[in-house]
Design a binder for this molecule. Structure first.
Ligand code: ZN
Length: 576
């Protein structure tokens, strides 16, 4: 009997220890949006549909509404029932028009089943998910709780059904109506940014990231010095409020900064740098995407791998072999996919980013692409430049698409992005990098544009092009060239603020970490500018208490556990 009690106590103790560990681990890992609590039709005693509902063929849009009902009513179940009654009896619809309704307390009610085509935007119901906030938001601001619930619900739906961020709309985007009310409508840009942050694992409302390679002389080859440098770097990142690291794992010369069985390891390090970076990212609550130089294999001249695969190497106008690979090479595609698989199998990363996913400016001969072009059109590239430009770009697009498929097949939660050249037209026509298409077709989850410029007009041009090219479909993050020696404090500040103020820009990426560590003036400017950005959705009602509840709950649990363990000790003494 006593034995049994002891066993029981031990089990309880382990459960509590596990619970505590769980509590500590939760905030450290980057999850994906989860389904918020939804009050089912049964719960609010919905009527059955009065005719047969039609099935949604796909989902590609979310539209936000208000119910335009009184703001003083508080019996939400009753309101939802009366809206259903109105839609069925007066409007003669099969069922309530919206798929979800949200009340002032942030309670989410299931409306028309999600699988069915709704009735909420005339002529635009197919593929469109309708969400209505209960109340009239032409008159007042919605409550914090309802906006939080709306953001969670939209993030979950957008993530689950791969709905482009740009397709999160307000009813008035389609027709002449006040719905969802000017107050709620004015919050949509910030809601979209919050949703993008959750869906793509990038910050909280406005992404603040860095590109980080450790190939420069700045980084020591002595392990203990290096570890100290890394620790310092993370302290700086935290101080600046950086939420995402893009860490280089394959450089343009073909060397690896992780434990690879495919690539030669960088001879700077005889340990596994990526392992440390991930460890610190988790510790500092920063998300980690790794970036891979895809088509560069040696850069100015071929590396050993390319030397033994010269049939896939690009050449310049003098027939000189370049350290770059033809994007039509199946062999190289396979190699890149196995590198990515190797990383995903060995490491816990949040995303994969492609870099040097373009031709070099001096590429003249693309041996495989050219051969395939001749086979398809019976022409030499010089006989039809327009066709040739599209053909090259399509080849690279296929390359990127196949990488996406491989990644998402391995784990759909891994975010997939590319670092791209600013000026989308030049990127496509000169470098075969059609990132406008990659965004619009959903081949990438987001892009980070290397929009480095120390002139106001230059940066503005890049920004405007980015907004136009993305067309609001998927997030764009602008690269800020802090490394540029002629980038002064004023310009640095302007670039951050300009990016933040444009609702179609979802964040900034600083290039690179070395400068942030070496240049204290620039660092101070970044810190001050970022700390003043307000990306919270602020409403009239008080502050967000979620964190407070969380901390409070944690402390309470800790105290209870201590009391419990104390009791066990007393109990044990009694046993003796
Ligand atoms: Zn509406």
């Amino acid at each position: 009997m006593l034995e049994n009690i002891k066993v029981k106590i031990n089990i309880q103790k382990y459960i509590i220890i596990l619970l505590l560990l769980f509590l500590i681990v939760i905030p450290m890992s980057f999850g994906v949006p989860t389904q918020p609590k939804i009050i089912s039709r049964n719960k609010w005693k919905a009527n059955n549909p009065i005719c047969t509902l039609e099935k949604q063929p796909y989902f590609n849009m979310i539209t936000i509404h208000h119910t335009a009902t009184s703001n003083t009513q508080s019996d939400s179940e009753n309101i939802v029932r009366s809206i259903q009654k109105y839609h069925q009896k007066e409007r003669k619809w099969c069922d309530i028009g919206y798929h979800f309704l949200i009340d002032k307390n942030g309670k989410i009610y299931e409306g028309r089943p999600l699988w069915a085509i709704g009735a909420h935007v005339a002529k635009h119901n197919i593929g469109n998910i309708g969400i209505a906030l209960i109340g009239n938001y032409e008159e007042t601001m919605p409550s914090n709780k309802s906006i939080e619930a709306l953001t969670d619900l939209v993030a979950w739906l957008a993530y689950n059904y791969n709905i482009p961020i740009g397709n999160i709309k307000g009813h008035k985007d389609f027709s002449n109506t006040l719905c969802p009310g000017k107050h709620l409508y004015s919050l949509l840009p910030k809601i979209k940014r919050k949703v993008a942050s959750t869906v793509y694992g990038f910050g909280n409302g406005f992404g603040k990231a860095v590109w980080w390679g450790i190939y420069s002389d700045y980084w020591s080859s002595n392990k203990s010095v290096w570890e100290k440098q890394i620790r310092e770097a993370f302290n700086v990142l935290k101080e600046l409020g950086i939420d995402t690291v893009f860490f280089m794992v394959k450089d343009p010369w073909g060397y690896a900064y992780y434990n690879s069985s495919i690539l030669p390891l960088s001879n700077k390090y005889d340990w596994d740098p990526l392992k440390y970076i991930i460890k610190y990212c988790r510790e500092y609550n920063i998300s980690i995407h790794v970036y891979i130089n895809v088509l560069a294999e040696g850069d100015s001249e071929p590396n050993d791998y390319l030397k033994s695969n010269l049939d896939i190497a690009l050449r310049d106008q003098n027939d000189k072999i370049l350290g770059w690979v033809d994007p039509s090479s199946e062999k190289h595609l396979k190699r890149i996919i196995s590198i990515i698989r190797e990383i995903l199998e060995k490491y816990n990363v949040d995303g994969i980013q492609l870099d040097r996913i373009r031709l070099p400016g001096n590429a003249h001969i693309l041996p495989i692409t050219e051969k395939e072009f001749r086979e398809e059109y019976g022409l030499a590239p010089s006989q039809d430049w327009k066709k040739w430009i599209d053909f090259k770009a399509d080849k690279l697009t296929t390359f990127v698409k196949k990488i996406r498929e491989a990644i998402k097949e391995f784990n759909p939660d891994i975010r997939f992005s590319a670092a791209v050249i600013p000026n989308s037209l030049r990127a496509k026509t000169v470098l075969a990098q059609d990132w406008q298409k990659w965004l619009r077709k959903g081949i990438l989850d987001f892009v980070a544009i290397m929009s480095y410029s120390s002139s106001e007009i230059g940066f503005e041009n890049y920004l405007n092009d980015a907004v136009e090219a993305s067309n609001g479909t998927r997030p764009v993050y602008l690269g800020i060239g802090v490394f540029m020696s002629d980038m002064d404090s004023d310009m640095l500040k302007k670039e951050i603020i300009k990016s933040f103020e444009n609702v179609d820009i979802y964040g900034v990426v600083f290039f690179n970490v070395d400068t942030l560590l070496k240049d204290k003036v620039k660092r101070a400017v970044i810190k001050e500018t970022l700390s003043k950005l307000n990306y919270d959705i602020e409403l009239s009602e008080g502050k967000n208490n979620t964190l407070l509840y969380f901390v409070g709950g944690g402390i309470l649990l800790l105290v209870l556990t201590l009391l419990f363990l104390l009791k066990i000790t007393v109990f044990r003494k009694k046993e003796k």
